[in-house]
Design a protein around this ligand. Structure first.
Ligand code: SF4
Length: 352
């Protein structure tokens, strides 16, 4: 027999759930996968536009697999967390070229795909194939934690195990996809992180958090994110209507995106022309040109780090030596490259 919780939730879904999303009721695993990956760490309103653009450009997984990396990154530009985009391409190509374009249809096989964790695997398995796997995202953690009054931190091994067991017990096995969508919608529109709508909530009579006044304390997380600050100084080097560009590599943030010549400093550097000229001389082992502007400080908060920095525009009199690892790109071609948000925000306010 289904627990009361499940019955109340499913009744609410029929009578009170008006949340609309373009992929709701979608059975195509490719589209479900795309929407789930795009919405991780992203607001729904923002993710929607990207989802639509991807579907328009790549209607099938084979279209995505065949696209050039640069084209896909450009479409992803601004969405952040670029490892998601890289994994998306790896998985699309694996399915298109190794699996004949057929999306795996079991939870276990879906979970093996690159970039897909337990949450996304459960979402695809239940929405596309009707398999009984409960999703566990921020919304679900919150609803369960408040309704049952659970204070075990959600980001511990014990917490994850406990919530996972409970979530799978509460699942409506006859319609797992609908149930998963309902609980996520419920967390998004009723049991919201702040100011949940307890007065009109269908679960209020049994809700432990409401009974005991714990609504604002639950769910509990064990650790607060510690952000470190990094100082980025970008030298926007131009030479005859061309710009020097670097493509980021390695395992740091913004891998595969483009940028200007970067100096990462352990501390802030004074916005002083003489000091910055000296810095540039050191990096490039002398250059011929002049600094024409130094921006105000720019700031971007990422999940684990804060990027602070400035943009220094430099007109070069002579081209750089080719061994500097930078490519010279014509100004008109810059728009074809994908840049991190930190750079795009600066360019929007200060066009080249
Ligand atoms: S009563 Fe309030 S806290 Fe409890 S489940 Fe409903 S919205 Fe969430």
């Amino acid at each position: 027999m289904q627990p009361d919780f499940t019955k109340l939730l499913m009744d609410w879904n029929i009578a009170g759930n008006t949340r609309q999303m373009p992929w709701k009721g979608e059975r195509d695993p490719y589209r479900i996968w795309l929407s789930e990956i795009m919405l991780q760490q992203t607001r729904v309103e923002q993710g929607l536009a990207y989802y639509q653009r991807f579907i328009d450009n790549f209607p099938t997984i084979t279209d995505l697999a065949m696209a050039a990396d640069e084209t896909v990154f450009k479409l992803w530009e601004g969405l952040g967390y670029y490892s998601r985009c890289r994994n998306l391409l790896v998985t699309a190509r694996f399915i298109a070229f190794d699996l004949g374009g057929v999306f795996p249809d079991t939870y276990e096989d879906i979970l093996k795909l690159k970039g897909i964790g337990t949450y996304t695997a459960a979402a695809i398995a239940s929405f596309a194939f009707g398999h009984p796997f409960a999703v566990l995202d921020g919304n679900v953690f919150r609803v369960i934690s408040r309704y049952f009054g659970i204070s075990t931190p959600i980001d511990t091994t014990d917490g994850k195990k406990l919530y996972n067991q409970l979530a799978n017990t509460l699942l409506d096995f006859t319609q797992p996809g609908k149930y998963n969508q309902s609980i996520m919608d419920f967390g998004a529109v009723i049991c919201k992180p702040r100011q949940p709508l307890c007065d009109s909530c269908v679960l209020r009579h049994e809700c432990e958090a409401l009974k005991h006044g714990w609504v604002n304390e639950l769910p509990v997380k064990s650790k607060k994110i510690q952000r470190k600050t990094r100082y980025f100084y970008y030298f926007v080097l131009s030479f005859k209507d061309h710009f020097y560009i670097n493509k980021r590599s390695g395992s740091d943030i913004w891998k595969d995106l483009h940028e200007w010549l970067l100096l990462e400093s352990a501390d802030e550097i004074a916005p002083d022309e003489a000091i910055l000229t000296e810095v540039l001389n050191t990096i490039l082992s002398s250059f011929s040109g002049r600094i024409v502007s130094i921006s105000e400080p720019e700031l971007q908060h990422l999940t684990h780090q804060t990027i602070k920095g400035r943009f220094i525009r430099v007109h070069l009199k002579k081209a750089l030596q080719p061994d500097k690892g930078l490519q010279l790109v014509a100004k008109k071609d810059l728009k074809k490259l994908a840049f991190p948000k930190f750079i795009n925000a600066y360019l929007e306010a200060h066009p080249l």
